[in-house]
Design a binder for this molecule. Structure first.
Ligand SMILES: [Zn+2]
Length: 345
């Protein structure tokens, strides 16, 4: 019995000498901290994107859009990919807009943005992809990527608020759009006033994309409108969108993604979402929300682990799977459009 007693005495002495309790002397295991070996900081990721653009001026351009209201300011970086540089606004091409990092705790989404831009510049390659076929797909596209819509919110997460999903002044940017607005989740005084939403709305209306994707994490899904109803829209574009997500689910999600309207599939109705606004107001014919990762939900406050892969193998698997899904969307989506009547619904 002397062993445990001596050990206890030793620990007590250690505590009294160091002034630390044994609990606090241990590394912090809960909540799971951000794995900085895998994940960039928000500003680090934007810097990396900017240097990529600098190395590939023939394919990429970048702009940082600024907006502010009531003393609250936000910057949103927008990268544009187009193979012929100056013709990147060529109206004959199919236009695709993809938003990442709208919810600040979903760090993995911005890592996917960086990875897809790395693939577009051929600084990285996706296993199993035929580069020649990808290049001929990309010739006909202009792609705008918003790698981190909610940089201010991301800074709160990096400062330790791992469960925060809202922006720098605590507004949920995916309940902030002028569509079916005014329900309980929406802060009425800030209706579409958030600078981040204003910037995204401006980008969308001036670019007028054929395809919009809002990338999130927390579940694994390929959603289409509506989020605020338990139904999908009527008409041919909606049927084509559904056919496309069924194909993506089969090939790239092994049939395991939830598909259909967000409102019917997610278990609650969401009001004022970006994807519903893009479909109904900006009139983007193919509007999606992709949910790319479902983490461990056993401990409610363990948000980094709930929304993001924590080990390298899962991290790489998720990025590869969803890069392949996005590249398939780039290939299959434009086939649904008659180039002579694009954007008509
Ligand atoms: Zn989200």
């Amino acid at each position: 019995m002397a062993g445990p007693f001596l050990l206890f005495s030793f620990l007590s002495l250690l505590v009294s000498f160091t002034g630390l309790s044994p609990v606090y002397a241990l590394p912090k295991l809960f909540p799971t901290p951000i794995n900085h070996d895998l994940y960039h900081s928000g500003t680090g990721l934007i810097e990396k994107i900017n240097s990529l653009v600098h190395r590939h001026p023939e394919k990429l351009t970048v702009e940082t859009l600024k907006s502010g209201t009531e003393g609250y300011n936000a910057d949103v970086t927008v990268v544009t990919y187009g193979q012929s540089g100056k013709q990147s606004d060529d109206r004959s091409k199919i236009r695709i807009l993809i938003g990442f990092g709208q919810h600040s705790r979903e760090l993995i989404t911005s890592e996917l943005a960086l990875r897809i831009v790395l693939i577009l510049t051929e600084e990285q390659f996706l296993p199993g992809i035929d580069q020649g076929s990808l290049n001929s797909t990309l010739e006909n596209l202009v792609i705008k990527v918003v790698p981190l819509e909610n940089l201010n919110g991301r800074k709160l997460v990096e400062a330790g608020e791992l469960c925060e999903r809202r922006n720098g002044r605590r507004v949920d940017l995916n309940r902030n759009w002028g569509i079916d607005w005014g329900r309980k989740e929406t802060n009425s005084t800030w209706f579409t006033c958030q600078p981040e939403t204003q910037i995204m709305r401006e980008v969308a209306t001036s670019f007028s994309p054929h395809i919009w994707v809002n990338v999130h994490s927390g579940t694994v899904a390929l959603f289409m409108p509506y989020d605020h109803k338990k139904s999908t829209p009527d008409g041919l574009p909606s049927q084509r969108t559904r056919a496309l997500i069924e194909e993506l689910n089969k090939v790239h999600c092994h049939g395991r993604c939830k598909i259909g309207s967000g409102g019917a599939s997610v278990g609650y109705l969401a009001h004022g979402t970006a994807t519903d606004y893009m479909y109904d107001v900006v009139r983007v014919p193919m509007s999606f929300t992709f949910e790319i990762f479902a983490g461990d939900k056993t401990l409610e406050e363990d948000c980094f682990k709930m929304y993001n892969p924590v080990d390298q193998t899962t991290f790489e698997r998720v990025l590869n799977q969803w890069c392949a899904t996005l590249l398939a969307l780039f290939k299959l989506g434009p086939r649904e459009f008659d180039m002579h009547s694009t954007n008509n619904r």
